[in-house]
Design a protein around this ligand. Structure first.
Ligand SMILES: [Zn+2]
Length: 239
């Protein structure tokens, strides 16, 4: 019996070592190739406009050697290594960036929370985590406001398209109704046809496709603000 219990204890402790919650916490994110187009778009749209040219170049370089190369955000870099082969110096004295400008650039990227030191520097360089826009608070803010602005640009077809005042839209209603008065059935032309609001404007009716019908001038003016069904069923005989 006690042998069995020991066996169970042994198994339990094996399970525990297999699942170490601390390890699970530090499990790093692995990027799927399918996510890349979205991430790249977010970088170009929201992150890069706020970086200096060297910062952008080095950020992309680090991104390429972490997320793209290994599917993780970790990369080890040496300042000296980044001096050449990343971007041409703008100083004009040399193709290479100076040691100091690489240092400044890395510091700038850290201050902007685009990268974060991820361990101690050794002879091969300093380990960094390359953060993506959705992990950078100020970038997330930009993405949020951009989405809000976008929402106001999206045209609400029902509310915002005017079928009453825009000539080519008026014609769409006449064509839908085959140029016939919806109340008396009289055949009209584009010169004699008028538009009537089903729900009157004075009652909050919109100039929308669904709220307008073709009417002859007589029906239109005699209907007034009466409910549309009354105008149809009782005709528009003069009172
Ligand atoms: Zn009519």
């Amino acid at each position: 019996m006690s042998e069995k219990i020991d066996k169970i204890r042994e198994l339990l402790s094996e399970i525990e070592t297999e699942f170490n919650p601390q390890e699970a916490d530090s499990f790093e994110r692995n990027f799927d190739a399918l996510e890349l187009p979205d991430i790249v778009s977010q970088i170009v749209d929201y992150l890069q406009p706020h970086l200096h040219p060297y910062e952008a170049a080095i950020y992309w370089y680090l991104f390429r050697h972490s997320v793209i190369k290994q599917g993780t955000q970790r990369v080890r870099v040496s300042v000296r290594g980044l001096c050449s082969g990343v971007i041409k110096s703008s100083s004009g004295q040399s193709e290479k960036l100076s040691y100091a400008s690489v240092q400044d650039t890395l510091r700038g990227l850290e201050e902007k929370k685009c990268i974060r030191k991820d361990g101690d520097t050794n002879r091969e360089g300093t380990p960094y985590l390359v953060l993506i826009p959705e992990e950078i608070p100020w970038c997330v803010e930009h993405m949020k406001t951009a989405k809000e602005n976008l929402a106001t640009y999206i045209v609400d077809e029902v509310r915002d398209v005017d079928y009453y005042n825009v000539a080519e839209n008026r014609i769409k209603i006449f064509e839908r109704d085959l140029y016939k008065c919806k109340y008396c059935g009289k055949q009209l032309t584009r010169f004699s046809a008028t538009l009537d609001h089903i729900q009157p404007v004075s009652h909050g009716g919109l100039n929308s496709f669904d709220n307008l019908v073709t009417a002859c001038l007589h029906c239109n003016s005699s209907r007034g603000n009466r409910p549309v069904m009354e105008a149809v069923t009782k005709g528009n005989a003069e009172p």
